[in-house]
Design a protein around this ligand. Structure first.
Ligand SMILES: NC(=O)c1ccc[n+]([C@@H]2O[C@H](COP(=O)([O-])OP(=O)(O)OC[C@H]3O[C@@H](n4cnc5c(N)ncnc54)[C@H](OP(=O)(O)O)[C@@H]3O)[C@@H](O)[C@H]2O)c1
Length: 293
C-alpha cells in the first residue's frame, strides 16, 4: 500500500504533477481554491484512488506526504495559515514538500513551524515548465535535511528526473530565484535583439538562425523565440509569475545589501508589459514592450 499524498494547487504545474502521482498508484487527496478543478480531476481519474479534501487542513490530516504548489507567497500563506489551513492538519511523522516559488524567508518560517509537531519539511521548487511536469521530468532544487529528502525521494522521483539538495531550508528557493533571473534576462535580451533587427529591416528568423549557431545558443531560443516570431503567447510560464520571481530575487538581494542592476531594469520592463496586458500571457510576451501599436 503506497503512502497517501495530499496535493494542494492544481494549476498549470500542479495539475500534471498530480496526474503523474495518480498514474503511479499513490492514493491522492486533492484541494484547490477553485474546487471545480479538483472535482473534475477526481472525476477524470475514476478507477484511481483520488478524493477531494474539504479544506487544506483536512487534506493535510489525511496525508503521509503533503505537496503544495501555488502561485506566490500570499497564496501559500493563505493555504497554510488561513482558515482551516494545512499546517494545523499535518500529522507527526509526515513530510511536507512545497514546490511553489516563494521567498527563502517564507520557507524558513514554514520549516520552523513544522519542527515542533515533528513534520519533515522541504522547500523544493522546480524547473522544467509544464512540459517537464507532464513528462515527470522536472528538476527539483531542494532545501532541507538529507533524511527528509531520502524519505521524500520515492514521491519526487515520480515527478522529476534530477533532485539537487542545496543546503538547509531556503537554499532551494535561493537557487530557483537566481535561475529564473537568468531566464528572465535571456528572454528579455532575445526580445530586445529581435526588436532591433526587425526595426532595421532584417527578419527575426534570420537572427534566430545565426544565434542557434553561436555561443548565444540557449534553450529559450527553441522554446520562446517561436512565440515571439508569431506574436502569440499562450501561458506556459505566465508573465505574472516571472514578474513575481524577479521581484523576489530583488528583495532577496536587497536584504543582503546587493545591487542587481540588470534585474532591476528587467523588472521595470516586465512590470510595464504586465500592467498593459489584458490577458494572462506567457513571459515571452515581454516582447510586447517593443510592439506599442
Ligand atoms: N508554469 C511554470 O512553467 C512554472 C515552472 C516552475 C515553477 N513554477 C512555479 O510553480 C507555482 C505554480 O505555478 P503554476 O504555473 O501552476 O501557476 P497557476 O497555473 O497560476 O496556478 C496557481 C495555483 O495556485 C492557486 N492559488 C492562487 N492563489 C491562491 C490563494 N490565494 N489561495 C489558494 N490557492 C491559490 C490556484 O488556484 P485556482 O485554481 O483557484 O486559481 C492554482 O491552483 C508558482 O509559484 C510558479 O512560480 C511555475
Amino acid at each position: 500500500m503506497k503512502p497517501t499524498i495530499g496535493f494542494i494547487g492544481l494549476g498549470l504545474m500542479g495539475g500534471p504533477m498530480a496526474k503523474n502521482l495518480a498514474r503511479a498508484g499513490f492514493p491522492l487527496v486533492l484541494w484547490n481554491r477553485t474546487r471545480e478543478k479538483a472535482e473534475e480531476f477526481a472525476h477524470e481519474s475514476a478507477g484511481s484512488d483520488v478524493k477531494v479534501g474539504a479544506s487544506p487542513r483536512e487534506t493535510a490530516e489525511k496525508a503521509d506526504f503533503l505537496i503544495t504548489i501555488v502561485s506566490d507567497p500570499p497564496a501559500l500563506e493563505e493555504v497554510l495559515w488561513g482558515q482551516d489551513g494545512a499546517l494545523e492538519g499535518l500529522r507527526r511523522g509526515s513530510t511536507y514538500i512545497d514546490s511553489s516559488t516563494v521567498s527563502p524567508d517564507l520557507v524558513r518560517k514554514i520549516g520552523k513551524t513544522c519542527k515542533e509537531p515533528g513534520v519533515g519539511f522541504l522547500d523544493a521548487p522546480v524547473t522544467g515548465g509544464t512540459w517537464g511536469a507532464e513528462k515527470g521530468e522536472l528538476v527539483f532544487m531542494v532545501g532541507g535535511e538529507k533524511e527528509v529528502l531520502e524519505r521524500a525521494k520515492p514521491v519526487l522521483e515520480v515527478l522529476g528526473k534530477r533532485i539537487f539538495l542545496l543546503g538547509p531550508n531556503g537554499a532551494g528557493q535561493t537557487v530557483k530565484l537566481a535561475m529564473n533571473l537568468i531566464l528572465a534576462l535571456q528572454v528579455e535580451a532575445l526580445a530586445e535583439a529581435l526588436a532591433l533587427v526587425s526595426t532595421v529591416g532584417i527578419p527575426g528568423e534570420r537572427l534566430i538562425e545565426v544565434l542557434q549557431s553561436s555561443m548565444a545558443r540557449a534553450g529559450v531560443l527553441d522554446v520562446k523565440a517561436p512565440l515571439m516570431l508569431k506574436n502569440e503567447f499562450p501561458p506556459s510560464f505566465p508573465l505574472r509569475l516571472m514578474h513575481k520571481d524577479i521581484r523576489l530575487a530583488l528583495e532577496l538581494a536587497k536584504q543582503h545589501g546587493l545591487t542587481l542592476p540588470a534585474a532591476a531594469a528587467s523588472y521595470s520592463t516586465y512590470d510595464s508589459v504586465k500592467k498593459s496586458s489584458k490577458d494572462d500571457p506567457d513571459y515571452a510576451a515581454v516582447a510586447r514592450f517593443w510592439k506599442k501599436s
